[in-house]
Design a protein around this ligand. Structure first.
Ligand code: GRF
Length: 227
């Protein structure tokens, strides 16, 4: 593809189904990114296989080899910086990150969380959504800040909650939308259409009252940051 591609590092711990959507988008040209490296804290993460199959460089940085979070995060930052990423994408990276790591990458570090933030920060979001009786659930892509799952939201995907849903069926429905939402948000960032300024997300240079939302019917290929 022509034009500049955003250098990206992806951090994973497990399956890597979101990573796969980035690989696919890079390959088919819909995502103007260059995945320079995939880094996992676990050697058995299936996402490492996905990277290998795609010919993408990968690294394992096992947290168990470090005495504490600060020393691991220092090593992680050193490794990340070797690839000079314009964007660091957390895709199922199951570790809390220290404030100094997060602040080093302000505006260049994003995460996907399986809820409509600010609802249901933390773990077990699908079960908690069912227990609370909400009619809508979903996922959010956000810039990462030191406070867990509290960073400014870039975009969200909404799914309906069915009366007979289990945490598993709801998770499956949300993940289908994660796989549409995350590449969309990354595309907007890669195209320079979404930025973080003074702690606020700008879409095409403007603040929005609410983050844009997609639904299962949305054509994400045509979706624009300003709709
Ligand atoms: C996703 O469901 C995401 O919401 C959460 O971790 C999961 C990662 O899945 N942050 P995968 O490894 O991308 O398949």
């Amino acid at each position: 593809m022509s034009g500049k591609r955003l250098p990206v590092v992806v951090l994973i711990s497990g399956n890597g189904s979101n990573l796969q959507t980035f690989i696919d988008g890079q390959r088919d040209g819909s995502l103007p990114i260059d995945i320079r490296a995939v880094i996992s804290n676990r050697a058995d993460a299936h996402g490492l296989r996905r990277a290998e199959d795609a010919g993408i460089h990968s690294e394992i940085l096992d947290h168990r080899a470090y005495p504490n979070r600060a020393s691991y995060d220092t090593a992680l930052a050193g490794l990340v910086d070797r690839f000079a990423p314009g964007l660091i994408v957390l895709a199922g990276f199951m570790r809390l990150l220290s404030a100094s790591f997060v602040e080093r990458y302000t505006g260049r570090l994003i995460n996907i969380h399986p809820s409509l933030l600010p609802a249901f920060r933390g773990l077990h979001t699908h079960r908690r959504a069912l227990e609370s009786g909400v009619r809508e659930h979903g996922c959010s892509v956000h810039f990462v800040t030191p406070e867990l799952d509290a960073g400014p939201v870039i975009a969200q995907a909404v799914v309906p909650v069915a009366a007979n849903d289990t945490p598993e069926t709801l998770q499956t429905r949300v993940q289908t939308e994660e796989h549409r939402l995350y590449p969309l948000a990354i595309r907007w960032i890669a195209e320079g259409r979404v930025t973080l300024r003074d702690g606020e997300v700008l879409h095409d240079g403007d603040r929005r009252r609410q983050p844009p939302r997609i639904t299962p019917g949305t054509d994400t290929a045509a979706a624009r940051a300003d709709r």
